[in-house]
Ligand binder design. Structure first.
Ligand SMILES: [Mg+2]
Length: 327
């Protein structure tokens, strides 16, 4: 754990922030001043990269992202104000907390600096304690940005996840299947779809209770997920005990084989339902198009209803079987 304060007067609340998480780009043309600032920031635990002017600073951004920029105002080549404007126009992975260092301290200069997009300013000569306080302000803002980003990412994942089985939900299917079809057709690739449904699921719920039914759903999804190509194929819960598996770059005949393999895998080993073990089977309806079927009119609805038709036939003809047809 590092103390960011750079002095003996630690502020406990801020000690948990690892300074190294927020590398600083220091931009200063005066070599003495640059060296002094670089040293004091490094001493406080910051990961500092020092450059001589705005042009070099932009160059540094080519190889690395710096969430904190501490830049002198007056410099040859490109000054701090121009650098700030340029940085604000760049498309970067996160926010940059930009602090201008300046000998200028008239209100007009400060307003000009802030208008150019700077978050804060420090007047020269820079006081060590003030420098650290300003940087800590930046770190607090960046930490907040980071936690908001994480929260948004979590919400995005949750919004397409089935809470019980943790596979994708119907919403994801509605969003992604049209994309998969478009992509496959654009690049002239095959795409297949397997619809499956747990046989006699109502009986499991009625006999063993809903908690057991939930366990069965989870176990089945775990087994299906483990049997498909990770990062390529995906599974989505249609609702109830019905699931869709989408298999990109897979011709219908191979999808049929995959479904048969899945059917055997599920049927061959009982599902653990806390108190008991239960043999569960699935029925499958399969469809897909090959690279040579591109002229046909194919839509997500048509694919699903075709698979659904064969799933229905599989159920009708005795369950625990795979039926399907190519598009
Ligand atoms: Mg200067």
């Amino acid at each position: 754990m590092r103390d960011l304060n750079g002095d003996a007067m630690g502020v406990p609340m801020q000690q948990n922030i690892p300074a190294g998480d927020f590398p600083i780009l220091l931009v200063e043309d005066n070599p003495v001043s640059r060296r002094v600032l670089e040293k004091s920031l490094a001493k406080a635990g910051y990961d500092v990269t020092a450059v001589e002017n705005g042009q070099e600073a932009l160059g540094a951004f080519q190889s690395r992202f710096f969430p904190i920029v501490l830049s002198d105002w007056l410099m040859p080549e490109m000054d701090g104000l121009e650098l700030c404007k340029a940085v604000r126009k760049m498309s970067l992975p996160g926010y940059i907390f930009f602090v201008l260092l300046t000998a200028k301290d008239s209100k007009n200069d400060i307003i000009q600096g802030l208008n150019a997009g700077a978050d804060d300013y420090l007047t020269k000569p820079v006081l060590q304690a003030e420098l650290m306080a300003r940087i800590r302000t930046g770190v607090r803002i960046l930490e907040l940005e980071k936690s908001l980003k994480t929260a948004v990412e979590k919400i995005e994942v949750l919004s397409v996840t089935d809470p019980l089985t943790e596979c994708y939900n119907r919403r994801y299917l509605n969003e992604q299947l049209p994309q998969e079809i478009k992509r496959a057709r654009r690049y002239r690739r095959a795409l297949s779809l397997i619809l499956c449904d747990i046989d006699h699921f109502k009986k499991i719920n009625d006999t063993y209770g809903h908690a057991a039914g939930d366990l069965a759903l989870k176990a089945i999804v775990r087994r299906l997920t483990a049997s498909i190509r990770k990062g390529i194929d995906w599974i989505s819960r249609m609702g109830g005990e019905e699931f869709v598996l989408v298999l990109p770059e897979t011709e219908f005949r191979f999808a049929l084989k995959t479904a048969e393999r899945l059917r055997q895998k599920i049927a061959s080993k009982p599902v653990d339902l806390a108190d008991t073990h239960l043999f569960v089977t699935l029925s499958f309806g399969v469809t897909g198009f090959n690279a040579d079927t591109l002229k046909k009119d194919i839509s997500p609805d048509k694919m699903i209803s075709k698979a659904d038709h064969y799933l229905y036939e599989a159920k009708k003809s005795g369950r625990n079987r795979v039926l399907g047809d190519v598009f």
